[in-house]
Ligand binder design. Structure first.
Ligand code: PLP
Length: 333
């Protein structure tokens, strides 16, 4: 039993994911990048509602919503959000309504995650403001209005970035540690994409709580590194405090690599698309243009700059996102 497992295991949870997710070896890709061993932690194959890392947090968030007798789940992000699509799927599974507050105005094409969200019966409302932060205040005010009108809304912040979301990723580390122990895998580096930072905060806390000698680093795909760092530390604090965990993050734990966002969040980059092509053609594994493709481009750059040694074993956390491959934005491929 790992240190926090009893505490996290006691949290109310709705089982959505097929766990543990697989660890896929990627030796052809490792060779082509020039490192000893590469593994993908396959949260893209988590199995529920087209999968991805958000499903882990939703197991706890949905259970909390049900415990509070919520009759509608309210969250938000952009039209192509994996989190919004996974939340709509989780709400459908529980027989609860869902509403997504989306920035900007309705997209010209109903495709990718937006198509899936609508197919799942998720209601959507656009802020009319292209500023992504416009979503946060709107979620709060919609939840407050609904509560005043006698409904029982359950608000989930953008990306599911909150204490319960972080907790779910601590358990992902325990899953991975168990797999590594059984299979004799000795990772030097775990690398993942950072958006809201909840996944990264959970991985850092999990590895720290087990005193594993693994470096855990991230590649930002959305915000400047300083901002990601601030958010990761805040989310780590929130999780430690809310769940009363005997572990805390310090500034030195957080490593965020910047320089791979390209033109912006959600806009495919040339390096990211090259990473998608290479991974597909060497391993038959699909990365995505918004998160994992860019993070993997970051890994390739770290290797070529000598920041990852040729004898290293790397775990790349594949956090999902495949529906974005089926959008016009991925056509630059
Ligand atoms: C949301 C998301 C991430 C980033 O996770 P955060 O917890 O928001 O940092 C990475 N990959 C995919 C596919 C995602 O949907």
């Amino acid at each position: 039993m790992y240190p926090l497992e009893a505490k996290l295991g006691a949290l109310a949870r709705v089982r959505l994911a097929s766990l543990p997710t697989a660890m896929s070896p990627a030796q052809r890709l490792a060779r082509s990048l020039g490192i000893a061993h590469l593994w993908f932690k396959r949260d893209d194959l988590i199995g529920f509602g087209f999968g991805g890392n958000k499903v882990r947090g939703l197991e706890f968030l949905l259970a909390d919503a049900i415990a509070r007798q919520a009759d509608i789940v309210v969250t938000g992000a952009g039209p192509q959000s994996n989190h919004v699509r996974a939340t709509a799927a989780a709400a459908a599974f529980a027989g609860i309504e869902s509403l997504a507050i989306l920035w900007g105005s309705p997209p010209p094409r109903t495709e990718g995650n937006y198509l899936l969200t609508r197919m799942l019966g998720g209601k959507v409302r656009f802020t009319g403001n292209p500023d992504r932060a416009s979503v946060d205040a709107e979620i709060e005010s919609v939840v407050a209005d609904m509560a005043r009108a006698g409904r029982r809304p359950y608000g989930i912040p953008r990306g599911g970035a909150c204490a319960l979301g972080v907790a779910a990723h601590i358990l992902a580390v325990y899953e991975t540690a168990a797999h590594c122990a059984e299979s004799g895998i000795r990772p030097d580096l775990v690398l993942l994409a950072a958006g809201s930072g909840a996944t990264y905060a959970g991985w850092l806390l999990g590895v720290k709580s087990l005193h594993l000698p693994w470096r855990v680093e991230s590649v930002t795909v959305s915000r400047p590194a300083v901002e990601v760092r601030r958010r990761v530390l805040a989310l780590g604090d929130a999780a430690a405090e809310t769940l009363d965990l005997p572990v805390a993050l310090s500034d030195g734990d957080v490593v965020v690599h910047d320089g791979f966002i390209g033109e912006g969040y959600g806009i495919a980059s040339a390096e990211g698309m090259e990473a998608i092509r290479l991974t597909a053609r060497t391993e038959g594994i699909f990365l995505d243009p918004t998160y994992t493709g860019k993070a993997f481009a970051g890994l390739a750059a770290l290797i070529s700059r000598g920041r990852v040694a040729s004898e290293d074993t790397v775990i790349f956390v594949h956090t999902g996102g495949a529906p974005a491959l089926f959008t016009a934005r991925a056509e630059v491929l």
